[in-house]
Design a binder for this molecule. Structure first.
Ligand SMILES: Cc1cc2nc3c(=O)[nH]c(=O)nc-3n(C[C@H](O)[C@H](O)[C@H](O)COP(=O)(O)OP(=O)(O)OC[C@H]3O[C@@H](n4cnc5c(N)ncnc54)[C@H](O)[C@@H]3O)c2cc1C
Ligand code: SF4
Length: 496
């Protein structure tokens, strides 16, 4: 621990953002870069607490899912040992530039300083370390000493697939990543908007992975362009990292009107435009000059808000079925848990209106196009026998809102079953995700493993990276009888 009194002397200074009025005129990243000197003084607030809940993924949904060794790198940063800090950080996280940009930082919820003060700015320090690594040219390809002669197919190139591919390649296996989209990255590329994380950040890391020997094949929809049988025949092991792409629909009257779309039909189009692609007019979805309704209040919904505002929407209203969370943490989520409190994203700070406790009952339109939505206010009573709070409609709580564009951002049901998964004969868990434990990552089919959102359900980038790393170790063990790849519980022998 560098500075024993750091947390007493320094105040938390979190991220600063560009002026909302300015930033909604472009697609560039909203967060400002924190100067290194400032990061060093923030890192000095880490108090050597003895039991760092911040790095324990079991701290009641607080704590880092990767088991990042946070106190070590805070100390190294404070002492100006940036290269050592970078090595420590990479020993548990393949892509700190992704998490340092877009992780909701459950580590900070579990930080011991946060018990009665403001948490250490862990995420900003993480980003500062890795960016220092890139700018100093310390991040180089790491090639394996020996090749194993074994081959692995990774299906899906989101954070889970990428983390697994890098680990397996470093273990000496010949790794091919198949991606049905035209570019690599999964939701990092075609979901998360440019203003949250610019896409050159992915390309920079892909260059390292290609130099290490990972082979990428885009535009290959496995199960269609390459059959399940061919995949089995051509590879010694298969790792499914296909995400949870099946979006939750809105089964109400008027759903089939034009102008009602899944968020994931809307957001990727803007990512493509930012890449310089042209979207065909007959499929283009654009919020310009429209009253936009966003149904669903999570990350996807908030990204729809920021994107609609940048496209020039006339109004943006996001609607959440659940009640507005409290400002103060309820007793059910004490430290070090993830607090169930009202939070607003950088997109919410840019404009639009947020409504809670509203249920949409129908979409109404003319000449086949949506013009408004109608619904009712709801309230939640005490839980029923199954533990779920009972929802009831508020008498005379009817509402109506103008709607030229309705975006459905109500979550994801799981991976798409038809095609590859059914063809492989994969078993599902009761929620429809791929059945595989978080220890073994093995599916019901020998030699086939699963990680990320397709296994655990819609989650976070940090969890996808964590699952990719853990699953890689299991695949390596399956192929070689043992593995030297690191795991959450044993990060020590990581390749640097
Ligand atoms: C709009 C949005 C915003 C988000 N914002 C955040 C955020 O700010 N912070 C955060 O931590 N998390 C965020 N998340 C969640 C996060 O993006 C996901 O949890 C994470 O990307 C899951 O990673 P994954 O690798 O499991 O799957 P994905 O990233 O979904 O990648 C799966 C890939 O598999 C490909 N694929 C599927 N089937 C096939 C097939 N048959 N053949 C070939 N390829 C196939 C898909 O095309 C896709 O590229 C967000 C999610 C969404 C939808
Ligand atoms: S990956 Fe997320 S949870 Fe882990 S240290 Fe970084 S910001 Fe915190």
């Amino acid at each position: 621990m560098g500075k024993p009194t750091g947390f007493l002397e320094e105040e938390r200074r979190g991220l600063e953002y560009r002026d909302p009025a300015e930033r909604i005129k472009d697609w560039k990243q909203t967060a400002l870069i924190v100067p290194e000197q400032e990061l060093q003084s923030q890192a000095s607030r880490c108090m050597d607490c003895g039991i760092p809940f911040c790095m324990n993924p079991n701290s009641g949904r607080g704590g880092c899912p990767l088991g990042n060794i946070i106190p070590d790198w805070n100390d190294l940063v404070y002492r100006g040992k940036w290269e050592d800090a970078m090595a420590r950080l990479h020993s548990t996280n393949n892509f700190p530039e992704f998490t340092g940009s877009i992780c909701p930082a459950p580590c900070e919820e579990a930080c011991c300083v946060a018990y009665n003060s403001d948490a250490v700015t862990i995420k900003n320090v993480e980003l500062g370390i890795v960016e220092r690594g890139w700018s100093s040219n310390w991040i180089k390809p790491i090639t394996p000493v020996r090749r194993s002669g074994r081959s692995v197919a990774v299906v899906g190139s989101g954070p889970a697939g990428l983390a697994a591919a890098q680990q397996l390649c470093r273990a000496g296996h010949s790794v091919t990543v198949f991606e049905k989209s035209d570019r690599i990255g999964g939701l990092l590329r075609y979901g998360i908007p440019e203003f949250k994380m610019e896409k050159w950040v992915i390309d920079r890391r892909l260059e390292q992975m290609k130099a290490e020997g990972v082979s990428f094949q885009t535009g290959v929809n496995v199960g269609v362009d390459l059959t399940a049988a061919d995949l089995r025949k051509s590879f010694d092991a298969i790792l499914l990292c296909m995400g949870a792409e099946d979006g939750r629909d809105l089964p109400v009257e008027g759903r089939d009107l034009d102008g009602i779309h899944f968020a994931m039909d809307f957001l990727p189009q803007q990512n493509k435009r930012c890449h310089g692609d042209t979207i065909d007019a007959d499929i283009s979805i654009d919020a310009k000059g429209k009253h936009v309704i966003v149904l669903g209040g999570g990350d996807t919904g908030s990204d729809c808000v920021g994107t609609s505002l940048r496209q020039g929407a006339k109004s943006v209203t996001s609607i959440e079925l659940l009640e507005r969370p409290p400002e103060e943490p309820p007793s059910t989520t004490p430290w070090p848990m993830w607090r169930m409190i009202y939070r607003s994203s950088s997109s919410h700070d840019e404009g639009g209106t947020r409504e809670f406790s509203l249920m949409t009952k129908r979409c109404v339109g003319k000449r086949g196009r949506v013009e408004k939505i109608q619904g009712v206010e709801v309230r939640f009573g005490p839980p029923d026998a199954s533990g779920r709070p009972v929802m009831e409609e508020v008498p005379e709580g009817d509402f109506e809102l103008p709607a030229d564009l309705v975006l459905l951002a109500m979550g994801f049901l799981g991976p798409v079953h038809e095609g590859l998964l059914d063809d492989l004969g994969i078993e599902y868990d009761p929620r429809g995700h791929i059945k595989a434990t978080s220890e073994e990552y093995a599916t019901s089919e020998p030699g086939i493993f699963a990680a990320g959102d397709c296994r655990r359900g819609q989650s976070l980038v940090v969890w996808a990276i964590s699952e990719g790393r853990e699953a890689a170790r299991q695949v390596d063990t399956y192929l070689m009888g043992q593995s030297r790849l690191p795991s959450r519980n044993n990060p020590g022998n990581a390749p640097r």
